[in-house]
Design a protein around this ligand. Structure first.
Ligand code: ZN
Length: 158
């Protein structure tokens, strides 16, 4: 993936060292709005990335704390893929991106921030977005816009 300009990512790296497993903690909490959780399935859940590479950057993870894609059961991988399709359809309508990067970073060498809990990244892309990215220094502004994004993804008319 081409590296996008996302200065708030450094805060993510800092926080990930302080706290436990994000993908275990968020689904246990009932504060879906605060945690930016979009959808809860039986085996997997989706959420917006608090430190996005681009507008609409989401993640889908199994509830189970497993490190590798090969450890997903067929039920987990099936539900994960269906949730991915639903999320992309929704983003197509809400954000109208020109394309996506969808994939897994497996292991530290693969660039995973949370290498112990497998998760899929979906990043909407627009033509020329690597040339122009808004610089947001105020985290509060970012969180408010993420809350708005979540509302749009949850709305029926989208
Ligand atoms: Zn975990």
């Amino acid at each position: 993936m081409e590296r996008l300009w996302a200065p708030w990512r450094s805060r993510f790296i800092y926080h990930s060292k302080l706290k436990g497993c994000l993908f275990c903690q968020k689904p246990r909490s009932l504060r879906d709005r605060r945690n930016l959780v979009i959808e809860r399935g039986k085996y997997v859940f989706s959420m917006l990335n608090l430190y996005p590479y681009n507008n609409g950057h989401f993640m889908i993870a199994p509830y189970r704390h497993i490190a590798h894609l090969t450890l997903l059961t067929s039920r987990e991988s099936g539900e994960l893929f269906e949730m991915l399709k639903r999320t992309l359809k929704k983003l197509d309508r809400v954000l109208k991106p020109h394309g996506y990067n969808v994939g897994f970073n497996i292991g530290r060498a693969g660039g995973a921030g949370y290498h112990r809990h497998i998760h899929l990244h979906g990043v909407p892309r627009w033509q020329g977005d690597t040339n122009f990215m808004p610089v947001l220094n105020d985290t509060k502004v970012m969180i408010e816009s993420l809350d708005e994004m979540r509302k749009r993804l949850l709305s029926k008319k989208g």
